[in-house]
Design a protein around this ligand. Structure first.
Ligand SMILES: [Zn+2]
Length: 499
């Protein structure tokens, strides 16, 4: 007879449920695992055997064969230990029942029989539930993370013995204490800056409010010290909280990188700001044996902030350009192709030239300056809806307050939510080209203004540039809670896209 339970393999951010079968047969005592195990899985043989013995449970005096299927799924990590141990115990006690096939088991074993967690529990639990598991055993400290999956019975276990007592006798171990969990979550909450901390910069404050309102990519140019980074760091606090579906998506990605188990759904849009020295793999994702997502995926549903854009490698910038179009990243390796979501709002900052002294004391020649701007503008100008030029702050200017900006963005978000209900996109910035005319109606007078501009600047105002101006105009009207776009909206959108 063969006993079966389910566990889960994680590759990138996708999970595959894996059936763990144990079979004991007459023959010399021997323990083998089949089904394409990688090196870490071979080590699990020792952990499983020792922890069964150290838990004073019976290790079979027969030949034990474990099969992990399907064979073509690459199996990484140590999620399988506990499932393997339980499958062996079920088989040697003849405790076979069809119900056990609806039990999912996740956890790594220590030699003393304690159960440890590893990253990605949320993803694994969701996959197991989809595959018909009604009860899922998870490491004790991952109880809250696993419970984020709705309508799922989660059993937290501290040890192999806890797990076995549940399977054998139906004893439910105690659940962890929520009070300690809440204390932890307060600690990790990230504090972002507030628009009210920024002195002057009225035009820039309006610019980032528009960017955040329609999730437009934004380029900020200005000499050092004008407050580009401070302005960018104000954006997360302005964004609308994620809805449940998006929060689950983002929390799944977070569960792969977070050192601590998650305790609640992450409703705050992520804000990632990798340094320009980051490797291509760190930025885009990759790896050879184990494929992991990169910053562009961690920024999914949120913001990717690239300071000193011109210092990033040309290869990184070129890859980003493609990701901004496709909103996903594909990594192809011998073991298969992995696709990660990467739908983020890009905020790029740059000095106007490489010397960094700014306009007044700049020591760069014209050709150096142009080359530098070309490096950023080449890949990004066509993909950034807004280009802001920042000057030294003028203390006289007031500009939008945090409350005002937040309220405008809230209004614009609601209008877009209603308008795009039946579409696959959520924001003005992602209106596909074939729906542009139907969804964005600009006044005839503005059309004339736009076509005159094309004639004047035929090189720098491409058709794509026009389409971006139309989308930004739509956002401006939404921010002021207007159905129709007015000439002044189009004029403002044009003024915010000068290079
Ligand atoms: Zn310079």
């Amino acid at each position: 007879l063969v006993s079966k339970v389910k566990s889960c393999a994680i590759n990138g951010i996708s999970a595959h449920s894996v059936i763990v079968e144990a079979h004991t047969s007459n023959g010399l005592p021997n323990f083998s695992i089949i089904g394409l195990p990688d090196a870490s899985l071979r080590e699990s043989k020792d952990r499983v055997k020792t922890s069964i013995q150290n838990s004073l449970l019976n290790w079979p005096r027969h030949k034990v064969t474990i099969n992990l299927s399907p064979a073509n799924v690459k199996k990484h990590g140590a999620f399988f230990d506990l499932a393997i141990a339980i499958a062996i115990l079920i088989d040697s006690e003849d405790l076979l029942s069809n119900d056990l096939e609806r039990v999912g088991i996740l956890g790594e074993l220590m030699l003393n029989g304690k159960v440890m967690g590893s990253k990605g529990v949320l993803i694994a639990v969701e996959e197991l539930q989809k595959n018909g598991c009604e009860v899922i055993l998870v490491p004790h400290e991952y109880y809250f993370e696993a419970s984020l999956v709705p309508d799922c019975k989660v059993i937290p276990v501290r040890s192999l013995l806890d797990a076995w007592n549940y399977i054998r006798h139906g004893q439910v171990p105690e659940t962890p204490n929520k009070i300690s969990a809440q204390e932890n979550s307060g600690k990790t909450e990230q504090k972002s800056s507030n628009l009210d901390f920024v002195i002057g910069q009225a035009q820039a404050k309006l610019g980032i409010t528009i960017a955040a309102g329609g999730r437009h990519n934004l380029l900020m140019l200005g000499e050092p010290g004008v407050g580009k980074s401070l302005l960018a760091s104000c954006i997360p606090s302005l964004l609308k909280k994620l809805d449940r579906k998006k929060a689950v998506e983002s929390s799944k990605v977070l569960s792969l990188i977070s050192k601590e188990p998650l305790e609640e759904l992450n409703r705050v849009p992520p804000f990632r700001s990798p340094h320009h020295s980051i490797s291509l793999q760190g930025l885009l994702g990759g790896g050879s044996r184990k494929i992991t997502p990169g910053e562009v995926t961690f920024a999914h549903n949120g913001i990717l902030f690239l300071d000193e854009l011109g210092e990033f490698s040309p290869k990184a910038l070129d890859s980003l350009r493609q990701i901004l179009e496709s909103k996903r990243v594909t990594i192809i390796r011998q073991i298969g192709a992995f696709e990660f979501p990467a739908n983020f709002m890009l905020i790029g900052c740059s000095n106007p030239c490489p010397c960094g002294y700014g306009n007044r004391k700049c020591i760069c020649s014209d050709s150096v300056r142009n080359k530098y701007l070309q490096k950023i503008s080449g890949p990004f100008f066509d993909r950034c809806d807004l280009v802001l030029h920042l000057e030294k702050p003028n203390e006289e200017e007031r500009g939008l307050t945090y409350e005002e900006a937040k309220e405008m963005i809230e209004t614009a978000s609601k209008r877009q939510e209603v308008r795009y209900k039946k579409y696959s996109f959520n924001w003005n910035s992602s209106i596909p080209i074939n729906l542009e005319d139907a969804l964005i109606k600009i006044p005839e007078s503005s059309k004339e203004m736009l076509s005159a501009t094309i004639k004047d600047h035929d090189s720098s105002f491409s058709m794509r540039g026009i389409s971006r101006i139309k989308k930004v105009s739509r956002t401006i009207a939404d921010l002021y809670d207007r159905d129709s776009i007015q000439d002044e909206d189009v004029a403002l959108a044009m003024s915010l896209r000068n290079f």
